[in-house]
Design a protein around this ligand. Structure first.
Ligand SMILES: Nc1nc2c(ncn2[C@@H]2O[C@H](COP(=O)(O)OP(=O)(O)O)[C@@H](O)[C@H]2O)c(=O)[nH]1
Ligand SMILES: [Mg+2]
Length: 227
């Protein structure tokens, strides 16, 4: 495993040779369980220790709502500073998992800073995201209520799950959910572009009709003068 994430700028459109690739990035403060969640999703096991400085990508195929998908997941190291590499993956990521730990209020409070960073780099607020409140198996150490998590997600317009990388609770929901969000955005964009195309076509037809009417109007006085 390398310490430098591999950020590809190639098209992610569905290829004839395999399923559509979805570039997913998981963000959040160090120690919230980002690596544990990714490894649980990909390898079906819980890792108690994962080097916190390692940023690496993982590939996993899944069938989501009957459609195959290849998830290309970048597990980040949690810092908020701007670097060229970070800017690159923020730009090329298609869906973002914002992760905090329910046992750590600071990680929850920091989530908005991660969201703002995404918006700043991408210059829009329309990026598909999902919120994951991890370590929900540690109920006795809870510092952030489920309601607070739900409200934050609502504020960000994102789905919300409380997860546990230990017992795999809602792990699939989060990774499948972010693919659903990306698909939904693509569908909305397609519907919007079809609407605009139809509008343009209607305008063009009206224009052609009016031009013809104008020709008739111009022709009619000449026709009458010939009488
Ligand atoms: N109890 C519990 N511990 C977790 C969970 N997820 C991660 N951990 C532990 O939290 C620590 C940090 O996890 P890690 O995945 O390295 O966090 P990262 O820095 O966000 O990648 C490790 O000791 C993990 O074993 C979880 O869902 N429940
Ligand atoms: Mg990690």
């Amino acid at each position: 495993m390398s310490t430098t994430p591999k950020v590809s700028t190639s098209s992610t459109a569905s290829s004839r040779n395999g399923p559509r690739v979805y570039k997913i990035v998981i963000l959040g403060e160090g120690g919230v369980g980002k690596s544990a969640l990714v490894i649980q999703f990909v390898s079906h096991r819980f890792t108690d220790y994962h080097d916190p400085t390692i940023e690496d990508s993982y590939q996993q195929q899944a069938r989501i709502d009957g459609e195959p998908a290849q998830l290309d997941i970048l597990d980040t190291a949690g810092q908020l500073e701007f670097t060229t590499v970070r800017e690159q993956y923020m730009r090329h990521g298609e869906g973002f998992i914002l992760c905090y730990s329910i046992t750590d209020r600071r990680s929850f409070d920091e989530l908005l800073a991660h969201k703002n960073l995404i918006d700043r780099v991408r210059c829009n607020e329309n990026t598909p995201i999902i919120v994951a409140g991890n370590k929900c198996d540690l109920e006795q150490k809870r510092k952030v209520s489920t309601e607070e998590g739900r409200r934050l997600a609502e504020q960000l317009g994102a789905p919300f799950f409380e997860t546990s990388a230990v017992n795999r609770q809602c792990v699939d929901d989060v990774f499948h959910g972010i693919v659903r969000e990306v698909r939904q955005k693509e569908y909305d964009e397609l519907v919007e572009s079809e609407r605009l195309a139809k509008k343009r076509l209607r305008k063009k037809r009206m224009h052609a009709l009016f031009s013809r009417l104008n020709i008739f109007k111009r022709k009619s006085p000449t026709a009458s003068s010939g009488d």
